[in-house]
Design a protein around this ligand. Structure first.
Ligand SMILES: CC(C)(COP(=O)(O)OP(=O)(O)OC[C@H]1O[C@@H](n2cnc3c(N)ncnc32)[C@H](O)[C@@H]1OP(=O)(O)O)[C@@H](O)C(=O)NCCC(=O)NCCS
Length: 413
């Protein structure tokens, strides 16, 4: 097989169950069929691609048309997902062919200036211009050793909701909390996505309990935070050894955050709580007296790809002002490559082609990484990934791009 033998064409809606089976095989995961109902509402056939050799499917990818928070508010983002290549056709260029076509398709459609994805392995997508924009942390807290530094507020009441997915009123209550806690990188959650998050199909539980939804309410009933979790019961040699598996934790006030963490960390018959989904600067680290006991581990999370540099630079806001000529290296999206004049500030931004000498050189991967205001251009330069040609250019642009809070994405799509 050579890449020229491949035909790339959309997957049909009726083929979606077979496509999901294909993806699960590539990931080495069990396909139970129930995933079809969970995922189907988010499938957009006209934004999908199958790589075929004759009638044989050898690779897939598709896009979810998302809205994602960037500095300044939510913007359209192409959410790349369903990326898989048949185990018997790997490392022969199928993914590369799919990525090239997909990037061109996003550019031509013109809906989004950005694409984003979660990577099964962080080494896969840098070559296609995706940069790690929102690192995500995991914790494994030990109940017996956790002491909270901030006292509880008895004005907060916790309400336990069963089968939250069956009652649309629950999603309606949680929506403003989720929106108020959004950071750059957060996916705007519409009704379809709430349906997926709260659906709780038995096949998704992996031996743990049905999903618990606990809402932290003010005295007047206003929701200020919530946590979604399952409990996996275990019995160790010396007693109960259960694990609280957090699916999502959101708080918009200190008192709700404290109440919900105290709840999670004191559940009977459990010894630990686990969550992969914290921002790099999550306040939990500072809420406990012994943060080492959280086993806080930073890892990769959301990757961002700038599809259209001029539009992306002007679509977000900036806290500081800076002007610099940027030489952008972008082999996968050649329409972005070349020199651009960035002129950004609190009152607006422009990004235009120029023939001036470059103040700094970077690739699409670095621009994507810095775009949400997280890993700064300064940090990337210290890692040798930004080449400064005019002294001070990196610091100036770095400060303008940086944000007050680390970006984070709590939604794996
Ligand atoms: C990851 C996957 C999609 C790669 O597909 P593929 O068709 O083998 O990739 P390609 O042959 O186009 O590889 C392109 C380049 O990426 C590299 N690459 C591919 N997969 C890689 C991986 N997992 N880790 C590191 N590099 C990888 C290749 O070595 C190649 O590099 P080169 O151009 O320097 O030779 C495929 O192996 C797969 O389906 N894996 C299991 C499911 C999965 O992880 N999907 C990704 C979901 S985010």
């Amino acid at each position: 097989m050579t890449v020229s033998d491949l035909e790339l064409r959309p997957l049909t809606a009726s083929f979606f169950p077979a496509a999901l089976r294909f993806v699960h095989r590539a990931f080495g995961e069990e396909f139970g069929g129930w995933q079809v109902e969970t995922e189907r509402p988010l499938f957009e056939p006209d934004r999908s691609l199958g790589a075929y050799l004759g009638d044989d499917l050898v690779g897939t990818t598709w896009i979810q048309s998302l809205r994602v928070e960037v500095p300044g508010g939510p913007r359209p983002v192409a959410g790349v997902t369903g990326v898989s290549v048949s185990p018997v056709y790997r490392r022969r260029g199928v993914l590369s062919a799919l990525m090239d076509r997909q990037l061109a398709d996003i550019h031509e459609r013109g809906r989004e200036a950005l694409a984003a994805l979660w990577a099964s392995e962080a080494t896969i997508y840098g070559r296609f211009g995706y940069g790690l924009a929102a690192p995500i942390a995991a914790v494994r807290g030990e109940r017996a050793h956790l002491r909270f530094l901030t006292p509880p507020d008895d004005q907060v009441r916790l309400r336990l909701v069963e089968e939250a997915g069956a009652d649309p009123a629950v999603a309606a209550r949680l929506t403003p909390v989720h929106a108020a806690a959004a950071r750059p990188g957060s996916v705007v959650r519409d009704d379809r996505r709430w349906g997926v998050v709260l659906a709780d199909p038995p096949g998704d539980r992996k031996g743990a309990s049905p999903l618990a939804t606990v809402i932290a309410e003010a005295a007047d009933g206003t929701a200020e935070g919530y946590v979604l979790y399952r409990v996996e019961t275990r019995r160790g040699a010396t007693g109960p050894d259960g694990v609280v598996r957090i699916r999502e934790f959101v708080a918009t006030t200190v008192r709700a955050r404290v109440a919900l963490w105290r709840h999670v960390a004191t559940l009977d018959l459990t010894a630990t709580f686990e969550w992969y989904g914290l921002a790099a600067d999550d306040p939990l680290f500072h809420l406990v007296s012994d943060p080492r006991r959280l086993a806080f581990t930073l890892s990769d999370g959301l990757f961002v790809r700038v599809i259209d540099v001029a539009r992306a630079v002007t679509e977000r806001t900036y806290r500081g002002s800076a002007a610099a000529t940027v030489e952008l290296v972008d082999a996968a999206c050649p329409w972005n490559a070349g020199r651009w004049r960035f002129d950004v500030g609190p009152d607006g931004a422009s990004c235009t082609r120029t023939t001036d000498a470059a103040d700094l050189t970077l690739s699409a991967r670095e621009l994507g990484a810095a775009y949400l205001g997280g890993p700064t251009l300064r940090t990337l330069a210290l890692a040798g990934r930004v080449d400064e040609r005019r002294s001070g250019a990196v610091d100036a642009l770095s400060d303008a791009f940086a944000g007050p809070l680390a970006p984070a994405c709590f939604e794996v799509f």
